[in-house]
Write a protein that binds this ligand. Structure first.
Ligand SMILES: Nc1ncnc2c1ncn2[C@@H]1O[C@H](COP(=O)(O)OP(=O)(O)OP(=O)(O)O)[C@@H](O)[C@H]1O
Length: 416
């Protein structure tokens, strides 16, 4: 903290892209509800947070507690006046979620309180399949291309969604297709404000296509290319979004989900300025295809964010995502990768064998961010913090931004 003081900003407000949203109250209620943190929920409600407040996807605390199996929180929210039949952007009630995840006791509690399940009544089809006829691919607009195929903007039931097509050269291999379906089935179980929502796989279709929510602001890669370096408040708010999404994946109930390919291209931004993580687990399939002799084009791009132990083909764990996260945060403060001219594979090689890391000029990086990044990209994976630790650290940095002390002019010029 020697060189850096935080600029003043209004209390409990933070920047999300173009908008300033007062997100702490509702965000914390949702967060505590999804973690089964009854005390945290009580605290938020006592602060006056409305029990039916919903996120951008219209998901309430009761939706999150129901899908995460947090019985005590469900009971508490209902007692405090949460609407048992609030409907999210995908037409789902808390009971739809509790049913999908097999939380029998929660289903009974919700039903006893008048809960209904419009999705379950409507259809016997597993919720992750959508009939091809519901989407007019002829009107699809191409919005991007990745290593698996193209991404299109399409309309489904009146809503703009993204259709991800998987190249037939990949999907025609039954083993690879099965792996995809397994990853997608896992993805469809996930619900978090910082995770791109999976909607379903198209059936009765001769190609493998799946739908996710559409994020109109594109990827963090696009944002950094357009805007360059972000101001520290925005960078910290974005870092928190990513860390919260990643923490949800790492703390997934049945088994931790390791992303393996966390890059600025796999972080997308919604209309409200919130960042969401996408494409987790799919890189596992990329590795399988390497075995099958299929060279993934995307792998090259991902070298820049690859943890040394992955590059050296050693065994690895969740902390590989923490390493990638540090490089993404570094880019947000700098406006892009520090070594853009270098070959990505050479960059990964130097990181793995020469312990090289991007520069952390005190002129650009506030002291607490420098310390955090050094921990996150530590060469020993066991010394890297968890995303839970990272969230706490970033929240404390964010709090300090809200103090009224002006930042010294040297930092103000260099950072903002
Ligand atoms: N749900 C979405 N909403 C809006 N734009 C999207 C969505 N998904 C992807 N895109 C856009 O399409 C581009 C390509 O996405 P895709 O996930 O196929 O590839 P990638 O992440 O760039 O590379 P790779 O497939 O190797 O991970 C993204 O960079 C983004 O701009």
């Amino acid at each position: 903290m020697e060189n850096f003081k935080y600029p003043s900003s209004p209390p409990s407000k933070r920047m999300r892209g173009a908008e300033t949203i007062d997100s702490e109250g509702p965000y914390r209620l949702l967060y505590c509800s999804s973690k089964g943190d009854t005390d945290g929920v009580v605290q938020e409600l006592e602060k006056g947070v409305e029990p039916n407040l919903a996120d951008y996807d219209k998901r309430t605390a009761l939706h999150l507690a129901s899908c995460e199996g947090c019985t005590e929180v469900v009971v508490l929210l209902l007692e405090k006046g949460a609407d048992v039949n609030s409907i999210d952007r995908w037409g789902r009630t808390p009971l739809s979620d509790a049913r999908s995840f097999g939380h029998e006791s929660i289903c009974k509690i919700l039903e006893a309180n008048g809960g209904i399940d419009p999705v379950g009544l409507d259809s016997q089809i597993p919720c992750y399949t959508i009939d091809y006829s519901e989407v007019n691919m002829n009107d699809a607009i191409l919005i991007g291309e990745g290593s698996y195929g193209e991404i299109y903007l399409v309309k489904w039931r009146g809503t703009e969604v993204a259709a991800k097509t998987i190249r037939s050269s990949i999907a025609s291999n039954q083993r690879v297709k099965n792996s995809f379906m397994k990853e997608l089935a896992l993805w469809q179980k996930l619900r978090h404000p910082n995770i791109v929502q999976f909607l379903g796989v198209l059936n009765n279709c001769n190609r493998l296509i799946f739908l996710t929510e559409y994020l109109c602001n594109g990827s963090l890669h696009d944002i950094l290319r357009k805007k360059g370096r972000l101001d520290p408040q925005t960078a910290v708010a974005y870092a928190l979004d990513i860390a919260r999404g990643m923490n949800y994946l790492h703390q997934h109930k049945s088994h931790a989900i390791i992303h393996r390919d966390l890059t600025p291209r796999n972080v997308l931004q919604d209309a409200a300025g919130r960042l969401k993580v996408t494409d987790f687990g799919l890189s596992k399939i990329a590795q399988e295809k390497d075995v099958l002799g299929y060279k993934m084009t995307g792998t090259t791009g991902s070298f820049r964010y690859m943890a040394p132990e992955v590059y050296r083909r050693e065994s690895y764990g969740k902390s590989v995502d923490v390493f990638s996260f540090a490089l993404i945060v570094h880019e947000m403060f700098q406006g892009g990768p520090s070594n853009l001219a270098d070959d990505p594979e050479q960059v990964a090689d130097k990181r793995a064998y020469e312990d090289s890391r991007p520069p952390l000029s005190s002129y650009v990086y506030p002291e607490p961010i420098r310390i955090l990044l050094q921990k996150c990209w530590h060469k020993n994976p066991d010394f890297r913090p968890t995303f839970e630790d990272i969230i706490l650290e970033l929240e404390s940095i964010q709090d300090k931004f809200q103090t009224t002390e002006p930042m010294p002019s040297r930092c103000r010029c260099s950072i903002l």
